[in-house]
Design a protein. Structure first.
Length: 76
């Protein structure tokens, strides 16, 4: 599928070009990565994904985990 953004302000385009360069991607590749990340944010995490994230963050107490989950829930 093709998507198109028209009349993007120059400062936005330049910021996206800099971001793409930092990530060693083309502008199109960077835009696709941003859109894919945004689409993933709307998916509900499985218990396995939550556990993997807790381990990745190095959380050790239930209160730390609860605070992160509460913040994620409240941001929706």
């Amino acid at each position: 599928m093709n998507l198109s953004i028209k009349n993007a302000p120059e400062h936005v385009v330049m910021g996206l070009r800099r971001r793409a360069a930092r990530h060693h991607r083309s502008l199109q590749g960077e835009l696709l990565a941003i859109v894919e990340a945004a689409a993933r944010e709307d998916q509900i995490a499985s218990p396995e994904q939550v556990l993997a994230e807790v381990r990745r963050l190095g959380l050790e107490t239930p209160s730390e985990s609860a605070a992160i989950l509460r913040a994620a829930r409240d941001s929706r």
